[in-house]
Structures are given as C-alpha cells and as structure tokens.
Design a protein around this ligand. Sequence first.
Ligand code: ZN
Ligand code: ZN
Length: 400
Amino acid sequence: MAHEPLRLRERGAEVLGPEELNLDQAARRGFVTRVRDLLPAATPQERGDALVSAVQKENGAVARAIAEYGGIEDHKLVLALGQCIAFDVPEVVPSLIAAGVDRDSPENHYDAPPIVLAADRGRVSIVRDLLAGVDLQRRDKRGRNAIAAARDRGQTEIVRMLQAAGATARTPAAIAKATRQKLAAGARSTWAPQLGGTAATGDASRFGLPSLRSNEGWPACGDCRAPLTFFVQVDLSRTPKAAREVFGVGLLQLFHCTACNPSHPFSSGHRVRIVDPADAVTDATKPKGAHVLPERPITGWARAVKDYPCREADESALLPEERAVVFTLNRQGDKLGGWPNWVQDPDYPRCPHGGHRMTQPVLQIDSHHGVAHMWGDNGVGFIVQCPQHRDAVTFLWQCA
Ligand SMILES: [Zn+2]
Ligand SMILES: [Zn+2]
C-alpha cells in the first residue's frame, strides 16, 4: 500500500505521494509528518495559510502541529481561531492560545470578537478555553457581548459559564436609560393633547370645524379649487407657558386638500396660518361640498414629557445597542413641540423670509389620532415654524 502511489506514477497516473506535496497541500490532506518536514523552510505566511487550511479541513492534528511550531503571521492566527469556531474544531484552540493569538480581535471574517462568536455558535469548550484571557464586554456589530449573544441563541450552559466569570449584559431598561442620559442635552419638552367629547366653540383648540375671521370665506385649494378640509386649530395663548414662550400666541390653523393631498411644504393645497389674537373669529359653517372631519375638542395638554430626536440625534457617543433604541425615545402620536417623529430623513423647510431652516416643530399630527385621517401609508404630518419669524409656519407630511 505504501508503494502504491509510486507504482501508479510510473504508469503515468497523476497521484502525488506525501513527499511531493507542498505545505498547504499536505496540511489539507492531513499528512502530519510531511507538514513537520516542510515547516522549517516555510515562510510565516505559508505556515499561516497551511494552518487555516488544516482547520477548514478539520485536520486538528496537523493544525496543532503548525500552531505549536510557531512563526506564523498574527492575522492568520486570528483567522484560524475564527475558523476553529465556525468549523467546530475546538482541539486546536489551546495551541492557538499558546502561540499567542489575539483572543479579542474581530478580524476573522465574522466581524465578531471570538468569545461572542463562540457564544453565538454554542461552542462550549471554546468559550471555556477563551474565557480567562478575553474582554467579556467586547461586542459584535449588532451590539451584543458574549452573554447577550448566548442568551439570544438560548445557549444556557454558556450563559451560566459567562455569568460565573462575571460577564453581564445590560437590561433593555438600562440601555434606554443610558441612551437618554447621553442625549440629555438635546431633549425637549413635548405635550400631548387631551381630547374631550363635547363640541367646542370660538377660538377653542380642536380638530373638526374651524373658526374663521368674520370677514373671510372658507379657504379653497389653490390647485383643484375645492374647499379645503379643516384639520386642526390650536389656541397657542392657552398652551403651557413653556410652549407659548417658544411658539408665541394666536390661533394656529391647518387646512389641507384631501383630494390633492400634497405632502411638500408651502403647497397651494394647504393653508397654515396663525390668526392674530386681536382678530375676532366666529364659528364657521360648513360650505357645500366641503369634507368635514369628526369634531374632537382639545380640552388641555398633558403634563410635559421629555422627547428625544429621531434620525437627527448626535449618535457619536452611543454604543451600537444604544443606537438601536434611539427611535423608541421619540414620542409618537399627536404632540405639541418636541422633536418630529420623522418617517424619512429630517426635512425642515426653508423660511420664506431669508432661506434659513424652519427647525421649530409646533404640532405633530399623526395618522388616526386626534384626526380621522391617514397621511399616505400611516404617515405623520408636521406643522413647523421659523425660530426667527413666528408668522412663518408651514405643513408637510411623510410616510414610509
Ligand atoms: Zn386640491
Ligand atoms: Zn425665518
């Protein structure tokens, strides 16, 4: 049997004996003796390639021989460790550790620290071997440390080992709290409207039917000429003091054409304005052909709560798992002030009095909250104001 390859070759067969294989080929085929013969003359790169090949072919004895010989490129040791985890070849890991592999490096094809990868894949003995010398708080791209990855995958034995080693993963509440603290400088107050059941009159805040100046008619769409639909009015003079100080006073009103349904600001298909508090207003009567939404009086404003920016927060100080919860800190639904619940990229319109941005959200009108209307596919509408010119207000809406 030992002479079979030579005899075959004499007869023209393309079979090579172990003594004719190069290091990488010998490693792939699992010829330990030949590998040992070739290691001294090999370069660090060739030894590294052969090591990775041996692991991928699950030739543990060969891989151990190469790792124990040493003189291997550092990044190949890291790659080999990643492959030991991926291909489940735990017997090589102690030799890699003895050869000085960087046990924390995520440069292993999987962008994950080895301990997280091993925890995720359920490699119990590899986790045990790595445990002593690694940073247990290192995270993968999804923001998981080893214990979070093990919990994710239901690897209970590994969870117990990591707990015994002192690894901890923050609870969702702790992550949200840390994120709020890091974004505290950008937090704003916001107020949700309190809706009542009975009809409101005069300049009271409400959805449904507007009040109009005594000398004016019902506004019409600049595009299709149909009567606009009234959406909401807010008597800014009766909003909480902190809101009033920012937005000013007067009766803020939004009319919108539900036929043209324009989403962009300063469209002729909507009318946004702040009626001067000195102007007398009377309850409007519904004109022929106007679409009127159900009346919902706004009887007051809920206690102020903190609101955090969404899609416009400075996330540079946040960890990956904190970035993942930023959107949950931004209040949804109808609200006065706060930060827009942007569905798309932030889109503050330019002020008509000078081209600067109108970065002050006054009122957010969500789909099917105070008003029985859906903005596109469950979108959100925003009335925004210029921080320098309080009379400059407009409306836009976004949906997914
Ligand atoms: Zn229209
Ligand atoms: Zn302006």
